[in-house]
Design a protein around this ligand. Structure first.
Ligand code: ATP
Ligand code: MG
Length: 1085
């Protein structure tokens, strides 16, 4: 029978599967483990059970690459690994739809917690990486740091020892993606909060908070500058604690704790730490009894601040106890030691309840919400505190070891007992293999009538004087005869000094453990004084106080309190539930072994390992496995999975399932010694056979897939063909329709053209006929009218005078003319000479008259207008007319000056007395024009402000302040004026020397006057009227002038937006830059 692709543990150190050991002895088994351990092969199989030896060092075998290697591979294809078992569990869950559980067992420090984290890591890596799934995975994985911080501690056996039991159900959807989970926690070792053995630490969170929290947080938690704390030795803090604290805060965040919740949790942790420091001082009470008071009330104040409780309430709760008997409440004051006990009880209870709250809070974050729970498949991972034996073992160790005893029993039940019983049940030939069944020890502990737990409960609840000693006596009397129970009372152990008087010893599956009975009753009762729970209830911290807080029983309105179930009862029932849960799932085992007691790598203590191998029953496990069958399956399931391996069973088998399986095996050529037929199951001896069948199945599935693919492809091609055919019909239909449409449209338009022509031709013919008919009708009517008229005239001629027609005509003419005049009169246009409107004439014969009347009317209104003009106005108009003649169309300033009347004396100089005095002398009193302006210096081109005054005699440049003429040019000496064509006020006054001023004559004057058009016009008319000569007016961009020689003035428009003219003199040239669309010196015209 060929087997494809399986290494079957070839090429590994020693033997990868202990089932293959030859000869099979305990020594051989240990040597094999040791050899493999020394080569860092820490995993070894016993069939599908994986034995893991703690390497106490980091091995490079857990990375992503390794996960990829083990993904979907059969158990024996690759070297033994925890990933292979995880993969097996994950795939059986996915493929066979069976809930799985992974039981990780071993003593404290053997690597259970690490193994559980590796399983979770593998499962997380297997599932899809969608955003949603990734978030859930992170929440599940991040629950570990939180629970480890609060529930793990350093012990002498393990630096990260789990001090609580944890069972986590990871729930998957049908695709195999995690959708949530539920965590169950079991009995936290709360006594550690207040007391730790030498060399051990309190729970990690205390150290993490102290070394990792920022100073601000520590201040808020009142933990800054704390010296030594009673419960927490601050010297034990390490640098790792600080890093872990950050991880814990991050984990809180990922899981979804709110800021407030985290603050509340940290406040409680800090309060517990500080409570440890509260001390009591004995005082003597009134009744002579010992009472106490708080030694350090400051601490109480801080704690109450953190717990949000009134300091008096807490102090009273710690130092007093109220006992209610028959509705009467009696308050008893406590002694200092009782108060300390009370304080410790409060701390333990707060911490324990806080831990349970954390588990519940995580559960509420990770619980399945998206799909129905019944649809989920579940994989449980059990990581519980390992079997432990200390120098001094108490109540907690008893419970922990009881739990391990129960787990061992499951292992025994399922792997040794059940397996062997199944062979017998199924009728398989079987030679019984002896093994130790620890159910007898379980019975000793949990028997409902005579078990230690029920004795403990009985004693705890018994009225009367109950002490740990009475409990021990009871145990001795009830269980004394049990062969796994030992006590000093028993005559056999009377002389056994190793067994103290106040202790009992149990021979556990893993060895003997002596338990000191001290505090058994107290711890089992687990009762907190009501005063304390009532004080906690009053807290305004939402986590601690109120009915939804950690101490709901402290509600003062609850008068009748139910008795709290004892710890033993609670633990026993939670163990029962756990066992029930585990038994309902397909088990997968990881058996952890601790190689040495010194937590060191590469140290393999043979004795220690031998002890563990013995009590874990590993040898029996190997023997059963070796003699037995590696795989069994119900015929129905086997048929369902492998029915494709025989043509008879594929696709449907209607006979009995067993017959179907026979056909499958025959058809697969599996030789008959490789399997056995049971009554309801097929038993396969070697995993090789299973792999062989799996390979055949994979090939068959491959072939089936090919067939399906073939059919599917054929179908999809046929479907495509059908679609194409349909499409082709649609396309050809559309094309044909389109073509027909086009043809039809052409024919239609041709028909319309024909129709048009024919209709047009017909219409024209008809029109012609109608026109002819109409003409005939008109002619007939006309002829008839003339004829009738003629006839009538002939008939009536005798009654009328011969010229009556003329008279009537005249009358009508008069009537029309009078109507015309009346209408014209009413519609005459305005009297303004410039109004060009004139009514329209309706009568052709009056057209000429109408024109004549228009001219007459216009002349009349002009005459009227002229008559209305005063001589003054006439003079102004004639000046305006002259200005028009001189400047219209030549200088752009003219258009701006047009609407303004010429004023003459713009500065009212004629009334100025100063002026008048000077003018009287020079004879210039008759002012024609006066205005502000600028004189341009002929020497340097500078503009000098002045008044420009024109009298009937001369043009003067007058000082604006003194009103004295600075220059006087008689009008006879003015020969011409020059201007720029732009809208500036520059004027060049050309002069000649006269007989009187021949010596003083300086040449032509350049002025810049606001009203330059007015000045020019007035000057022109003045000279014309007085000398009957016309002076020359020149307008141009370049003008010649004379001033101490021939010069030139050139005008140009400013491009910079200047508002005043700028004059630059360059040798014989004045360059005047005049403002663009502005006025000289910026004054509007
Ligand atoms: N696979 C491993 N690789 C490297 N170190 C390991 C491995 N398994 C365990 N260890 C080391 O051993 C220590 C103890 O392991 P772990 O805490 O898992 O023990 P445990 O069985 O859970 O003990 P307890 O019952 O006290 O909780 C770990 O802190 C780690 O240092
Ligand atoms: Mg652990």
């Amino acid at each position: 029978m060929p087997v494809k692709g399986h290494s079957l543990l070839d090429g590994v150190v020693g033997v990868g599967d202990a089932v293959l050991l030859e000869p099979l002895t305990e020594d051989n088994f240990l040597t094999n483990l040791q050899e493999r351990f020394q080569h860092n092969d820490i995993y070894t199989y016993i069939g599908s059970v994986v034995v893991s030896v703690n390497p106490y060092k980091k091995l490079p075998i857990y990375d992503e690459e390794m996960i990829e290697r083990y993904k979907g591979r059969n158990l024996y294809e690759l070297p033994p690994h925890i990933y292979a078992v995880s993969d097996l569990a994950y795939r059986s869950m996915k493929n066979y739809n069976r809930d799985q559980c992974i039981m990780i067992t071993g003593e404290s420090g053997s690597g259970k917690t690490e193994a559980s984290k590796l399983v979770m890591k593998y499962v997380a890596a297997m599932s899809s990486r969608s955003h949603e799934v990734e978030a859930i995975k992170q929440q599940l994985l991040q629950s570990n740091p939180v629970l480890e911080a609060f529930g793990n501690a350093k012990t002498n056996r393990n630096d990260n020892s789990s001090r609580f039991g944890k069972y986590m159900d990871i729930e998957f959807d049908f695709k195999g993606d995690p959708v949530g989970g539920v965590i169950s926690n079991y009995l936290l070792e709360k006594s550690r909060v207040v007391r730790q053995a030498a060399g051990e630490r309190n729970f990690h969170i205390f150290y993490q908070l102290l070394s990792g929290a920022p100073p601000g947080t520590l201040k808020k938690l009142k933990l800054e500058n704390t010296g030594d704390l009673e419960y927490v030795n601050t010297k034990d803090c390490t640098s790792d604690d600080s890093t872990s604290f950050k991880q814990v805060l991050n984990a809180f965040d990922v899981i979804g704790f709110s800021r407030k919740e985290v603050d509340n949790v940290l406040q409680l942790v800090a309060a517990v730490m500080k409570l440890g420091n509260v001390q009591f001082r004995s005082i003597s009470g009134k009744n002579g009894l010992e009472n106490c008071v708080v030694k350090n009330p400051d601490e109480i104040a801080d704690i109450c601040d953190l717990l949000s409780v009134n300091p008096n309430t807490l102090t009273m709760a710690l130092t007093q106890r109220t006992v209610t008997a028959k509705k009467d409440a009696v308050t008893v004051k406590l002694s200092a030691s009782e108060a300390s006990y009370n304080r410790d009880a409060l701390c333990k209870e707060i911490y324990d309840r806080l831990f349970s709250w954390l588990v519940n809070r995580i559960n509420s974050s990770i619980k399945v919400t998206s799909i129905k729970i019944e649809k989920c498949k579940v994989m449980g991972v059990l990581d519980i505190y390992g079997f432990e034996v200390f120098e001094r073992n108490g109540f907690e160790q008893f419970m922990i070891n009881y739990c391990n005893e129960k787990l061992q029993q499951i292992f025994v039940e399922l792997t040794l007992k059940e397996e062997q019983e199944e062979y017998v049940r199924e009728g398989i030939e079987w030679l019984h293999i002896e093994y130790f069944n620890n159910s007898i020890i379980c019975q000793l502990i949990e028997n409902p009538h005579s078990g230690i737990l029920s004795m403990l409960d009985e004693e705890s609840m018994r009225p009367g004087d109950v002490t740990d000693q009475t409990l021990l006596a009871k145990l001795e009397s009830v269980c004394g005869k049990h062969k796994h129970f030992e006590s000093r009372r028993d005559s056999k152990f009377l002389a056994d000094k190793t067994l103290p008087h106040e202790a009992f010893r149990i021979q556990h599956y893993a060895g003997k453990v002596t338990y000191m009975v001290e505090n058994f009753i107290d711890k089992n009762n687990n009762a907190l004084f009501r005063n304390l729970s009532m004080a906690a209830f009053t807290s305004s911290n939402s986590l601690l106080g109120g009915s939804k807080g950690l101490f709901p029983e402290g509600d003062p309105s609850i008068t009748v309190l139910k008795r709290h179930p004892t710890t033993a009862t609670q633990f026993k029932s939670s163990m029962g539930a756990l066992m029930h849960n585990l038994l309902n799932k397909n088990p997968n085992y990881i058996r952890c072994i601790k190689p040495n007691d010194v937590k060191r790598s590469n140290v393999f203590s043979c004795d220690l390992v031998r002890h563990q191998v013995r009590y874990l029953g590993l040898m029996e496990n190997v023997r059963v496995r070796r003699a037995g069958y590696a795989f069994r399956q119900k015929y129905e399931d086997c048929l369902k999975r492998y029915k494709m391996l025989s043509p008879k069973t594929w696709p449907l088998w209607h006979g009995p399932p067993k017959e179907g399986v026979k056909h499958i095996l025959q058809n697969s050529n599996v030789s008959s010694d490789k399997f056995e037929y049971g009554h309801s199951k097929i038993f396969i001896r070697n995993p090789k056979t299973l792999f062989f069948l799996e390979d055949l199945r994979a090939d068959a599935l491959h072939d089936l897939a090919t067939v399906i693919q073939k059919i599917w492809r054929g179908f999809s091609c046929w479907k495509k063909f059908q679609q194409m055919k349909k499409a082709e019909i649609i396309i050809s239909k559309t094309v044909k329709r389109y073509q027909a449409q086009q043809k039809y449209l052409k024919l239609k338009s041709a028909a319309i053209v024909f129709q048009c022509f024919i209709r047009g031709w017909k219409a024209r013919c008809q029109l012609r006929a109608l026109k002819l008919h109409k003409q005939r009708c008109i002619s007939v009517t006309l002829i008839a009218a003339h004829w009738k008229g003629y006839k009538t005239r002939v008939e009536y001629r005798k009654f009328f005078r011969a010229n009556a027609g003329k008279v009537i005509g005249k009358f009508l003419e008069k009537y029309v003319i009078s109507k015309y005049f009346m209408t014209l009169k009413e519609n005459l246009p305005a009297r303004s000479p410039i109004d060009k409107t004139w009514p329209v004439c309706k009568y052709k014969f009056l057209k000429e008259t109408h024109g004549i009347l228009q001219t007459m009317y216009h002349k009349w209104r002009c005459m009227k207008y002229r008559k209305s003009i005063t001589p003054e106005k006439k003079k102004q108009l004639s000046e305006k007319l002259q200005a028009s003649n001189l400047f219209r169309g030549k200088k752009s300033l003219y258009a701006i000056s047009l609407p303004k009347w010429f004023v003459g004396d713009h500065v009212s100089i004629s009334t100025n007395e100063k002026w008048r005095k000077g003018a009287n002398v020079s004879g210039d009193l008759d002012i024609v024009f006066a205005d502000e302006g600028f004189k341009i210096n002929r020497a340097d081109g500078k503009l000098v402000s002045c008044l420009v005054v024109l009298s009937t005699k001369a043009l003067m440049i007058v000082d604006g302040k003194t009103f004295k003429a600075k220059a006087r040019q008689p009008i006879q000496s003015i020969t011409g004026l020059s201007f720029s064509p732009f809208d500036d006020g520059m004027v060049v006054i050309h002069t000649r020397a006269t007989d009187n001023n021949a010596n003083k004559h300086k040449g032509d004057i350049i002025l810049n006057v606001a009203h330059s058009i007015e000045l020019a016009t007035k000057l022109f008319l003045l000279i014309k009227n007085s000398t009957e000569k016309q002076i020359q007016i020149t307008i141009g961009e370049s003008v010649k002038l004379t001033c101490k020689g021939e010069m030139q003035i050139s005008f140009m428009k400013s491009t910079s937006g200047a508002t005043a003219p700028d004059v630059k003199k360059r040798k014989n040239l004045f360059v005047v830059t005049v403002p663009n669309k502005s006025t000289p010196n910026g004054v509007a015209q």
